[in-house]
Design a protein around this ligand. Structure first.
Ligand code: SF4
Length: 303
């Protein structure tokens, strides 16, 4: 296991309607992930042979020692990436300090315009800040820009335009993430989630618009992707250890949790038993089956 994922903040200035971290942020934001704690984990993991670290949160760029954390990770020989909605990277002076120590960023883009994106993030100006952050990143040769877009009912009709914008802004990779039934995404799941038959109809147009971008579909069963099942993130998953706060009866502690497969909150259905992809695909969100049943899931024949 060579990949580390690290939650270094439990704060975020946005209020995304589907935020999978919302409950954990509420529970753990009184417990700062101090530089000392981060440094200890990074050093231990580097000694174990971890080669890359992905900083996430909350919003990782708002950690008060974000740049020092990146510097330490680079000093330990790690490849560095973040998942961000832009935030402090929109400031050119901050971007100039941070970006030399970052190799790549997965930018959260949830619509092709401010009206769509800001309505989902709950914060006016979010789309413009993200645009400035991506522009600042584009000034660094070799810096790799990726885009994550969370697919919900309110932005599904704009997904092809979002794909186009990601391509025009220089993204090399587009991750289309199915809304996850966790945090705010769990609370509002029946209002957020798109039916799998609708996803299946959208996929060809997304791929046609993507051009040279690599596309991955996260949190979706392979049979919902039809002919595009090779783009399922399930089959491109890298095992990782995730460091985050864990609550015990008498304390919280920062612990490493191992993720060998992307099977969190997912379930198999009757059709999976005769499906040629049963060992590759990790099924559908269990909450989805509770709401809508199994009728949209179909065993795939071997090709
Ligand atoms: S039938 Fe089951 S295993 Fe096969 S692609 Fe669908 S969800 Fe995955």
């Amino acid at each position: 296991m060579r990949r580390l994922e690290f939650h270094i903040t439990y704060h975020c200035p946005e209020r995304c309607a589907f935020c999978s971290e919302e409950h954990r942020m509420a529970a753990y934001n009184p417990f700062p992930v101090t530089f000392g704690r981060v440094a200890r984990v990074l050093r231990e993991q580097a000694e174990r042979g971890v080669e890359s670290v992905h900083f996430t949160g909350g919003e990782p760029t708002i950690h008060p020692q974000f740049v020092e954390i990146l510097q330490l990770a680079k000093k330990l020989g790690m490849r560095t990436s973040i998942g961000t909605i832009g935030t402090r990277l929109a400031d050119p002076a901050f971007a100039a300090r941070a970006l030399p120590f970052l190799d790549e960023a997965l930018f959260s883009l949830h619509g092709p315009d401010a009206a769509t994106h800001d309505a989902l993030t709950g914060r006016p100006g979010s789309f413009d800040r993200l645009a400035r952050a991506m522009e600042n990143a584009s000034a660094f040769p070799g810096f790799r820009r990726f885009v994550n877009t969370v697919l919900v009912r309110d932005n599904a009709a704009r997904l092809v335009e979002t794909t186009r914008l990601a391509r025009e802004r220089g993204a090399e990779l587009l991750v289309v993430s199915n809304v996850t039934p966790e945090g705010a995404g769990e609370d509002a799941y029946p209002h957020l989630t798109l039916r799998l038959d609708e996803v299946r109809r959208l996929v060809p147009a997304v791929l046609a618009e993507a051009g040279p971008m690599i596309v991955r579909f996260f949190g979706l069963p392979a049979c919902a992707l039809g002919e595009a099942r090779m783009y399922a993130n399930d089959i491109h998953w890298n095992p990782r250890v995730t460091f985050e706060w864990v609550r015990h009866p008498d304390r919280v502690s920062l612990e490493g949790l191992y993720s060998w497969q992307p099977d969190r909150k997912r379930a198999k259905v009757t059709a999976c038993g005769s499906c040629s992809w049963n060992r590759l695909c990790h099924g559908v969100f269990a909450r989805y089956v509770e709401l809508y049943g199994e009728a949209e899931l179909h065993a795939l024949e071997s090709t």
